[in-house]
Design a binder for this molecule. Structure first.
Ligand SMILES: [Zn+2]
Length: 112
């Protein structure tokens, strides 16, 4: 596993997120259109579904930014180092999430 593979993974991830984003944006709009002709209960369902797809969209945009940042770090030969402590990020971790910013120690510390 080297930076080239990570770059390939990141590009593939970015591609699938972009596709999902297009579909997701359409879903958000569809809900708005449907609201005019559905009853009160299903309107609430629709609003709930819309809130969920908005949240999904927000997380997706956040992830895309992380991926862009990771790609930039690969270009700058700065990829694979923890943004917090500067240690190497474990390869296994980068395989699971090539956009990871923190080593496992710092990630766990920031979650707790
Ligand atoms: Zn760290």
């Amino acid at each position: 596993m080297n930076a080239v593979d990570h770059k390939k993974n990141l590009l593939a991830l970015r591609e699938s997120l972009r596709l999902a984003q297009e579909t997701g944006d359409q879903a958000e709009r569809t809900v708005e259109l449907d609201q005019a002709r559905v009853g009160r209960l299903s309107r609430m369902d629709a609003m709930q579904a819309q809130a969920m797809s908005k949240e999904t969209g927000r997380l997706r945009r956040q992830k895309l930014l992380q991926i862009e940042a990771a790609l930039k770090r690969i270009e700058n030969d700065d990829y694979g180092y923890c943004q917090e402590c500067g240690d190497d990020i474990a390869l296994a971790r980068l395989e699971v999430d090539p956009a990871a910013l923190l080593c496992i120690r710092c990630a766990e510390a920031s979650e707790s």
